[in-house]
Design a protein around this ligand. Structure first.
Ligand SMILES: C[S@@+](CC[C@H](N)C(=O)[O-])C[C@H]1O[C@@H](n2cnc3c(N)ncnc32)[C@H](O)[C@@H]1O
Length: 188
């Protein structure tokens, strides 16, 4: 059976993250991905969760507490400033959910310049066979521009260093979200 985009995102990350890894949720939102990453890297790993909205940080924190997750640092700041917070030099993987926080202020959205800056910063420190997953929602004002910028950037990544996959249901209506997975190749 074909997985939906969010399930597929977790499936891919689960295959590449190992216990003890450093993982990044670049857009915590309601915290579903943060919780998933926390469980995937286990107590010996660490997750850095970013969101610019206080509401998102609070919701994510509640979810983590309900599940007794102790290995997450939540940061209310833009993901492009992640180097101000993360000391470790190798990242196991990361996820971005682009767009706005569901049932919240739809004018607060991710934007291409900061999204691309954060992706670039993470790729520099990504482990071999590590993944950066982008779940791209683009039906909102500004979404199309961000989608185009992300597709343009990711499709031009050096194929000697990265493999870039697009996972998309091509018969879905209404600008359904799709996924881009960037894998850093193993150094030969
Ligand atoms: C689609 S939602 C994330 C959904 C989330 N992953 C979940 O599981 O519920 C996008 C989130 O990105 C956040 N955001 C927007 N710009 C950001 C930025 N520059 N840095 C970090 N978070 C940002 C928004 O506040 C919003 O909560």
């Amino acid at each position: 059976m074909l997985s939906n985009v969010l399930t597929y995102a977790h499936k891919l990350l689960k295959e590449s993250l190992i216990e003890g890894d450093i993982a990044i949720d670049a857009t915590c939102g309601n915290g579903y991905d943060t919780l998933f990453l926390s469980q995937a890297v286990g107590p010996s790993g660490k997750v850095y969760g970013f969101d610019i909205q206080e509401q998102a940080i609070q919701k994510t924190n509640e979810k983590l507490q309900e599940n007794d997750c102790q290995n997450v640092l939540l940061i209310q700041d833009s993901h492009e400033r992640l180097h101000n917070y993360i000391e470790e030099n190798i990242f196991g993987g990361a996820i971005f959910n682009l767009g706005y926080l569901p049932k919240s202020d739809k004018s607060i959205v991710t934007k291409a310049p900061s999204t691309l800056a954060a992706i670039e910063a993470i790729l520099e420190k990504l482990k071999s066979n590590g993944l950066v997953i982008l779940v791209i929602y683009y039906g909102h004002p500004g979404g199309e521009e961000e989608k185009e910028a992300v597709l343009s950037y990711t499709s031009q990544l050096d194929q000697k260093v990265y493999q870039v996959l697009q996972y998309k249901f091509i018969n879905q209506q209404n600008q359904a979200p799709f996924l881009i997975a960037i894998e850093k190749k193993k150094r030969s």
